[in-house]
Design a protein around this ligand. Sequence first.
Ligand SMILES: [Zn+2]
Length: 264
Amino acid sequence: MKDICYLCGKLIQHEELSDDHVVPKQIIKRKQPKTKGFDYAGVLPSHEKCNNQFGPEKCCQKAMKLIEVLHDDNCFLKRQHRDNPNINILAINSACLSDFSRQDLKYFKFIDVRNKGLSEWSTLSFFTDKTKTDPIRQSLFVSFSVLAKSAAALLISRRLKNIPKQWRIIAIPYYGKGNTFDLDDIAGNTKPFDIGVKVWLYPANNGNWWITYKACDIVVFMFFWLSGISSDIEEIVPFRPSAQCFEFQSTCLIDLIDYQWKQI
Ligand SMILES: [Zn+2]
């Protein structure tokens, strides 16, 4: 495994080698690697190009913050345009996104109307050249991709002998439970990677894995459906009644970049 890039699954020549952090630096605020009481997951070999390509990690913190904001009734309003009900408007209180830079707002394709009068941005013509976006999905998908990559890296570095040739990951998000959520009772005592950053790995049948990732007040349950046995999907049934389930499927993890997770 030493010479294989875990992101694309191909051989690494010496000059292309780069160390990729198993838990992204962006979600660890403490000093790395060693701090008493915290776990450290180290690095995995990757191509420098593959490592650098994983831009979503830079936006992960903001994506998770956005998910939090979009679950806070004091932060947003949903309205349909009075003259065209097909235009759905999601208005966000800018105070809730105070640590978002202009670039962050651009990344999530927000239209900044703070310096515009209501008469300007409420007309139909204002929307004609604007791209339709869905910040809820975009922030979810960015978070899924970054956490799934890190969960897969943990699995490779701590539990698997080979890098899987086929990845199927089902992500099931939970919100607002981050502060108190803990799975130690079920999955065993687990050291955090940072305050509020904890990952529980537990084996399922047929070589599949459950990985629960808690970071920034978001909890994502991930079922690593590595067996490919169709009946194994039954594992997610207990979540089904209320939860939304999204699937990633590919031969390599690098495809997580900008992946449109499929709701199943
Ligand atoms: Zn690679």
